[in-house]
Design a protein around this ligand. Structure first.
Ligand code: CUA
Length: 363
């Protein structure tokens, strides 16, 4: 009582000198708890109202969304607690102007230290176990799985369906059928991400990563590369189409017919039917469309020059620009951006077809 009276007396004389409490402060701890509880409730309400993800389209979306909500509910009070104590301490214990003295020597507080180590330890462990159970559940092997090989490459995705013996530049999935994605990369790190599936996995050179998902809503969703993989990273976007099972089957047969008629894709090697390789498919599967605009292929990327507007060029120039891209770099673009291994990547027939296709595109 004497302490407070003295402070009040001091305050009456002028600025407080010994006890710089916040004006009007009577029960600092009770007030801090009150403010903290209100701030936590408001914070939790705000974070739960925010739509962090687009509407789910896979069987695991609900479980992941619930996990995310639980993490938010647990993190907000911790954040509020830390900030309340930090702000209070800054106001309450700030050195007065001109005070150059040392603070009082403190030897720690064992009880407090045990509390602030034990509670976070229990929280983090419990959340880790919960997350592990959820992940284990999502990644469990499913009956009737369809394997899809996903290959990342600067700057495009290609897909292969081993059970259908099909290579595709487009990802189409039958609804409600579990899919086992096996993810590869031909060059650098990429990350295969479909936000609506709540699915994301890195594509790592030399490794096959795996992720399981059961698409449960018909629709078209974006496939995004979520790992900075070079200058065309932001253009490394495609679509996944989730369709009814019957439509999937007819898509597969259409693709196979096209492949056998036009001679295999770029990755499949030369054609069996004897025809020239499908240049437009090579344009996409070899990754050209990830960086270049080409109206007739529907490509709109802007990392490299527009390949429909090369001007007065001949087949030789186009061929050299593909196999030795640094030989003649278009003004306004940089060297060493385009991969220099297309000579190895493309067969002679594929290269010929691509050169012819690009030459025809000039007009
Ligand atoms: Cu591939 Cu970013």
């Amino acid at each position: 009582m004497d302490e407070r009276d003295r402070v009040q007396a001091d305050e009456a004389k002028g600025p407080p000198e010994e006890d710089p409490r916040i004006a009007g402060e009577k029960h600092p701890v009770a007030r801090m708890i009150g403010i903290g509880v209100v701030a936590s409730l408001v914070g939790i309400a705000i974070t739960l109202l925010i739509d962090w993800f687009p509407e789910g389209a896979s069987g695991s979306a609900d479980k992941i969304d619930t996990l995310y909500d639980v993490l938010l509910i647990c993190s907000v009070p911790v954040f509020v607690l830390v900030m309340t104590i930090a702000i209070y301490s800054v106001l309450r214990f700030r050195a007065k102007p001109g005070d150059m003295g040392d603070g009082p020597p403190i030897h720690g507080n064992t009880r407090l230290e045990i509390i602030w180590v034990t509670i976070p330890f229990i929280m983090v462990t419990a959340l880790a176990i919960y997350a592990w159970i959820t992940l284990d559940d999502i990644e469990a092997k499913q009956p009737n799985e369809m394997v899809v090989n996903v290959t990342g490459q600067q700057f495009t995705w290609t897909f292969q369906y081993p059970s259908e013996k099909l290579d595709a530049k487009e990802l189409v999935l039958p609804v409600n059928r579990p899919v086992d994605f096996k993810i590869h990369t031909k060059d650098v790190l990429h990350s295969f991400w479909v936000p609506q599936f709540r699915l994301k996995s890195d594509a790592v050179p030399g490794l096959t990563t795996e992720i399981r998902v059961t698409p449960n809503r018909v629709g078209s969703y974006e496939v995004v590369c979520a790992e900075l993989c070079g200058i065309g990273h932001s253009t490394m976007r495609q679509y996944v189409r989730v369709v009814p099972a019957s439509e999937f089957q007819s898509w597969v047969s259409r693709q196979k017919k096209a492949a056998s008629g036009g001679g295999g894709g770029a990755t499949g090697g030369g054609g069996q039917g004897g025809g020239a390789p499908d240049a437009e498919q090579i344009f996409t599967s070899a990754g050209c469309s990830g960086c270049h605009t080409l109206a007739k292929a529907g490509a709109t990327a802007k990392v490299g020059p527009d390949l429909g507007k090369l001007g007065n060029v001949d087949a030789n120039f186009i061929r050299t620009s593909i196999v030795d891209p640094n030989a003649d770099v278009t003004k306004g673009y940089n060297p060493n951006i385009m991969p220099q291994n297309f000579k190895q990547k493309l067969s002679k027939e594929e290269l010929d077809a691509l050169v012819k296709y690009l030459l025809e595109a000039q007009g």
